[in-house]
Design a protein around this ligand. Structure first.
Ligand SMILES: [Zn+2]
Length: 189
């Protein structure tokens, strides 16, 4: 039975199930072919205006596929990196030197981060020590200097150093690293 189309108002909306073909029309800057089929999908199609209304599940599937296809961190993965170090969105934005709103949009999947930004977030996650030396360091020598002094003076015994070098990344180490980064960010505000 057809239901009312929210776009044209005609009672021509029909449920469809099966293979949904997704395609981003036109050239895209990545030069990637952004088209694929999603079997086992559900959507509505209007016979009057040709509008297609995707189910929530299908929207989510397509969204996730686009991140994977482009080789980008999903919004959930991005949030995971931030939370791993106990940082707020504002702090993470500061570390990446982007606006808090931008970062929040990426993490909520409203806009997609650029490849460069994606790579910066991965670098931060891989080794916050190196990252802060290279990125924040460019703007704030203080942070870097004192951070590195802590690392260097620890000779591997300090939980901060262990955490920063990706060694025994226990809960305590993560917390210590997180406190350290947060403290340093406070100082440059
Ligand atoms: Zn319609």
């Amino acid at each position: 039975m057809a239901s009312k189309c929210p776009l044209c108002g005609e009672a021509s909306l029909e449920k469809r199930t099966g293979v949904f073909h997704f395609e981003i029309p036109g050239d895209n800057p990545d030069g990637l072919e952004m088209a694929t089929d999603f079997p086992g999908s559900e959507w509505d199609e209007c016979g009057a205006c040709d509008e297609i209304i995707l189910s929530k599940a299908l929207q989510k599937r397509i969204g996730r596929w686009q991140y994977t296809r482009k080789g980008l961190l999903t919004p959930e993965e991005m949030k995971g990196v931030r939370e791993k170090y106990g940082l707020t969105q504002a702090q993470m934005a500061h570390i990446l030197q982007v606006g808090e709103k931008n970062f929040s949009r990426w993490e909520n999947g409203i806009t997609m981060q650029t490849r460069v930004m994606d790579s910066l977030i991965r670098q931060f996650d891989k080794c916050p020590e190196d990252f802060m030396r290279n990125e924040v360091g460019a703007q704030s020598v203080d942070i870097v200097g004192s951070y590195l002094r802590v690392i260097e003076s620890s000779k591997g015994n300090n939980p901060l150093a262990l955490a920063a070098h990706g060694g025994a990344r226990g809960k305590k180490n993560k917390e210590a690293l997180s406190r350290y980064i947060t403290g340093k960010l406070e100082q440059v505000k």
